[in-house]
Design a protein around this ligand. Structure first.
Ligand code: ZN
Ligand code: ZN
Length: 119
């Protein structure tokens, strides 16, 4: 088990899927995820956290993706519609950048945000 970095998350949950070991996560991003976990009261799964440049390119990620700089996480909240997750974060953390997708919600803390888009 990897290091616990907040009450409900471990560092390994943010690790790049390619196995390179890149697993740094922005503190502000982690706080949003923790607040989301607390609000809904069910597990939050990080489906994509850190991405090294090679992995991001391989999966067709945006060239300047916030996943490459440890500020982004794609999340699924167990049993909760992604639209509801998106709208709750939007209402409570309006400075956070959000991408709305059918099966997950993209959250990031870019410095030139907030951005909003539909995936
Ligand atoms: Zn990697
Ligand atoms: Zn994302």
């Amino acid at each position: 088990m990897s290091e616990r970095i907040s009450p409900h998350f471990r560092r390994g949950e943010f690790a790049c899927s390619c196995g390179c070991g890149f697993d740094t996560v922005d503190h502000g991003t982690l706080e949003i995820l923790e607040a989301t976990r607390e609000h809904f009261g069910v597990p939050v799964t990080v489906t994509s956290g850190c991405r090294c440049p090679e992995y991001n390119a391989r999966i067709g990620g945006a060239a300047h993706s916030q996943h490459k700089v440890s500020r982004a996480a794609d999340i699924q909240v167990k049993g909760v519609d992604p639209d509801e997750v998106h709208d709750w974060i939007d209402a409570n953390f309006p400075f956070v950048s959000l991408g709305r997708y059918d099966t997950f919600t993209h959250v990031d803390t870019r410095s030139d945000g907030p951005a909003r888009w539909d995936g």
